[in-house]
Design a protein around this ligand. Structure first.
Ligand SMILES: Cc1cc2nc3c(=O)[nH]c(=O)nc-3n(C[C@H](O)[C@H](O)[C@H](O)COP(=O)(O)OP(=O)(O)OC[C@H]3O[C@@H](n4cnc5c(N)ncnc54)[C@H](O)[C@@H]3O)c2cc1C
Length: 293
């Protein structure tokens, strides 16, 4: 089913999983996804390795989830460091497998990429990929957007302007980058509305699991950690169990506030660690997304 149709009927809960580094990890990821089925997600997805190494595993897991479960599966696809023909080929395989939804992304050029320059035959931006998909396929299309602005953006205005272009070219909803202060999301929502964005903007939440990991993630994607949260993370930097509890409390508070403020859905970056997301969803206690525990 197209996710756009689900969003027009109800608010969604969705989960994003991570591909394994090695082929023998594929079955384990499928098990992790199965473990969260009891929360009845409206759709699930698997991050696509723009760097290259894990792309095949993402495709394999996405197709297996489509074939072997009744879950609504959204494929991630990045266009960086791949030719248009290669990207088109992936889209054909996804369509043949019956996948109905794709989140179209640019991705980040791998550090070890032979060329740091845009290739002649690459889609330069997610907007170009969205345009291509709209003209050649019948997928429901999503795009990414950034509550704190994308790291390469000239300004917050230009960033939201490109989010608007994603909508104009065919994106039916947007999912945000992670953030730890809901004020950034509410500000984006206002700026998006002012820029004429009418499609749902689903907030993405990543429950913190470890201090070094979240510092690495946020520095890569340009998100900030509020000072009081950062102080707690610093204090328990050597105690991952304590940090996981801090992460659960933070994400539960964020999710509760977002839901109360009318978000169209919440997308959880699960990172294949189901414990935190399970606790957060039990805390939210949403009809239809409660495992009864
Ligand atoms: C929900 C979500 C899911 C993600 N999934 C993955 C994944 O599966 N795999 C992965 O590798 N990465 C993923 N990412 C990370 C993403 O690939 C990076 O953030 C990347 O740097 C930008 O991707 P984009 O699709 O937003 O690119 P773009 O939309 O192309 O934006 C990149 C930059 O270019 C600007 N821009 C956009 N369009 C144009 C245009 N037409 N002309 C000029 N400038 C433009 C933007 O403002 C921005 O500064 C995800 C991010 C989010 C928020």
């Amino acid at each position: 089913m197209k996710i756009k149709e689900i969003l027009s009927a109800q608010r969604t809960i969705s989960f994003e999983f991570f591909p394994p580094r090695e082929a023998d990890g594929v079955a384990g990821v499928i098990d992790v996804v199965q473990g969260l089925r009891r929360f009845n997600p409206d759709f699930v997805s698997v991050t696509y390795g723009a760097g290259g190494g894990t792309r095949a595993f993402t495709e394999e897991i996405t197709m297996r989830l489509q074939r072997e479960t009744d879950l609504n599966v959204m494929a991630h696809l990045t266009c960086v460091a791949q030719s248009r023909g290669e990207v088109h080929g992936v889209l054909e395989r996804l369509a043949d497998a019956g996948i109905e939804n794709v989140i179209a992304l640019r991705g980040d050029r791998p550090q070890n990429s032979a060329s740091l320059e845009l290739g002649d035959d690459e889609f330069p931006h997610a907007t170009d990929l969205i345009d291509h998909i709209r003209h050649h396929f019948d997928f429901g299309i999503a795009g990414a957007c950034y509550p704190e602005g994308h790291t390469e953006s000239a300004s917050m205005d230009s960033d939201v302007g490109y989010a608007r272009l994603k909508q104009d070219l065919g994106a039916e909803f947007l999912i945000t980058q992670l953030f730890y202060d809901n004020a950034f999301y509410y500000d984006l929502r206002e700026r998006a509305a002012a820029a004429g964005i009418t499609v749902p903007v689903i907030p993405g939440i990543l429950p913190i699991l470890s201090t070094p990991q979240i510092r690495r993630f946020t520095s890569l994607c340009g998100a900030t950690i509020p000072a009081d949260l950062d102080a707690q993370l610093e204090r328990f930097a050597d105690d991952n169990r304590a940090v996981r509890e801090i992460g659960i409390e933070q994400a539960a508070r964020q999710a509760e506030d977002l839901w109360a403020n009318g978000v169209p859905g919440i997308h959880f970056y699960v990172l294949n660690r189901t414990y935190s997301v399970s606790r957060i969803l039990r805390n939210l206690n949403l009809p239809g997304h409660n495992d009864g525990a």
